[in-house]
Design a protein around this ligand. Structure first.
Ligand code: PLP
Length: 391
């Protein structure tokens, strides 16, 4: 029997049950009630376990952080954030001091690129970009006040593979924090903390959550003090996540490894099929021998080459429009890592705010299409994409 409430504004407690639900609980609460101020003090001071206010932490974020941290081989619990960009922001806001220089990769997700080139300079930080596939270029761009390096293991959208080991050695040598965005590769392919990264970042929105129904990020640091600074920055700047999104992501994660493996094997077959098409000028897939970073990918990623494929069509915007329309019902949608294959056109979406020159320098033309491979039957998917190309 449920307890009788004394008023309709009093929340009920779950009825007693000797059996328990098999799914994780969802806690959509903004706040947690403590017994008295002494108990609250003890919680804030860490003498008693417990949550206080959801922006400071809640059970669904902690549960998700624990699984993500375990996947990434993190020693300390990481922080889940309200988006991938919130994870980038929490990391940089938590670690930088006014006047510090941040060196970013010149191949980065469009918004990260924009944060480095527009927003951080506006706030008084120095920034510049260098080629993450060439450690000499990174070294040449270091300044006496370089405090952090931001690179993507495999870059969005051209799939260049960073020289992570070389950059990590350099960063360690110069006592610079190495921040690695591992969204495209995921811990299925590489765990950057084990390669010398100080912080690993994810857009959990993508293949980790996997169903395009939760917007989340994650950042885990190797050092406990660095981790605490990231967590504090996320809480102070309001970058923390909603319980429901965390709950959805935790559910999505149960199938992450299966989804990744299936999509990756389809991506490899698709890349080869596209390369044989007359309509395609170039295919970008690190698993192919014609990829400029193929050898590094093989060594660094242990044979895992990812679920993303890029291709440059012979032609510009008109040909891109034609292909994308012909490929329907495969969604043309600017995200990645969904259960469904998705097409995107970086020049009009993720990298639209870059100048045409900056895009060209990254290899992003109007005919460049990014394919996020899903878990469909490859026997149906590959012929339908080839058909849309006119093959
Ligand atoms: N990092 C990479 C590599 C991305 O591709 C994205 C988004 O596409 C982000 C970060 C930002 O993630 P979110 O959209 O969850 O803010």
């Amino acid at each position: 029997m449920t307890e009788q409430p004394e008023s309709i504004v009093r929340r009920s407690r779950p009825p007693g049950s000797t059996s328990r639900p098999v799914t994780s609980a969802l806690y959509p609460t903004v706040v947690f009630a403590s017994a008295d101020p002494d108990e609250l003090d003890a919680q804030y001071e860490g003498r008693l376990a417990g949550f206080t206010y959801a922006r400071e932490g809640h059970p669904n974020a902690v549960a998700l952080a624990s699984t993500l941290g375990w996947l990434e081989g993190a020693e300390h619990p990481g922080v889940v954030t309200g988006s991938g960009m919130a994870a980038v922001a929490a990391t940089l806001l938590g670690l930088l001091e006014a006047g510090d220089h941040v060196l970013g990769a010149d191949q980065l997700y469009g918004r990260s690129h924009r944060m480095l080139t527009d927003d951080l300079p506006r706030l008084g930080f120095q920034t510049s970009l260098a080629d993450p596939t060439d450690v000499g270029s990174i070294e040449a761009a270091l300044r006496p006040n370089t405090r952090a390096l931001l690179v993507e293991t495999v870059s969005n959208p051209t799939l260049r593979v960073a020289d992570l080991d070389g950059i990590a050695d350099l960063a360690t040598d110069r006592a610079i924090l190495l921040v690695v965005d591992n969204t495209f590769t995921t811990p299925r392919a590489i765990r950057p903390l084990e390669h010398g990264a100080d912080v690993v970042i994810h857009s959990v929105t993508k293949i980790l959550a996997g169903h395009s129904d939760a917007t989340l990020g994650f950042a885990a640091a190797r050092d406990a003090d660095v981790q605490e600074r990231l967590r504090e920055a996320a809480v102070t700047w309001g970058l923390t996540p909603s319980p429901f999104d965390c709950w959805l992501a935790e559910r999505g994660l149960h199938t992450f490894e299966l989804r990744y493996d299936r999509a990756e094997s389809t991506a490899a077959a698709l890349a080869d099929a596209l390369a044989a098409s007359d309509a395609v000028e170039a295919v970008f897939y690190p698993g192919r021998a014609d990829h400029p970073d193929h050898d590094r990918a093989r060594n660094l990623l242990g044979g895992r080459h990812g679920t993303m494929v890029g291709m440059r069509l012979k032609g510009g915007r008109e040909i891109a429009n034609k292909f994308i329309r012909a490929a329907a019902p495969i969604p043309f949608a600017p995200t990645l890592g969904d259960v469904s294959t998705l097409l995107s056109h970086p020049a009009s979406s993720s990298h639209r705010r870059l100048s045409a020159d900056d895009r060209r320098a990254m290899g992003i033309t109007e005919g460049f299409i990014r394919i996020s491979v899903g878990i469909e039957d490859p026997e149906i998917l590959i012929p339908s994409l080839l058909g849309a190309l006119g093959n």
